[in-house]
Design a protein. Sequence first.
Length: 174
Amino acid sequence: MIFIGGVHGVGKSYFCSKAESELSIVTYSASELISERKKFKFSNDKLIPDIDENQQYLLLAIDELNSIENQYILDGHFCLLNSHGDVTRIPISTFQKLQPDAVIILTSSPDIIAERRRLRDGMDHSVEDITRFQNEEINYATKIANELQVPFFVSLGEDDLDKTLDFIRVIMGR
């Protein structure tokens, strides 16, 4: 499994659909897996009150998934906004249990992300808040990849997606 993270609105869903069509690899969304298990729909504000509890639902879903899939992409986050709007790291133990074969962090211009969030979710976020969130996501993704000793790739926006697909090809042996 390759874990792909990034802040809300960076383009993870778009990238995953591109990877599915170009690499014929199945992708899963961590939030959708959690929602299905928990029978709960996340709100558009992306504030998550029970981050640690949600990771248990994710791990159960991944255990089940690993019994039927051997190569896939999991789209998720390294950090989330807690119920107070503070950037909060997902416990490293979650990633240790997920055991990804590689880690990718998608990034983009905070201005572009802010506009996407406004159009998609009807939410206005300051460029400064998005920058802070994205920087924390990058720093923590780097730490996790180093801790797990797995290949790591930072994708620098839409112009970099072909390089990101090439990285996946190498990891997946395609």
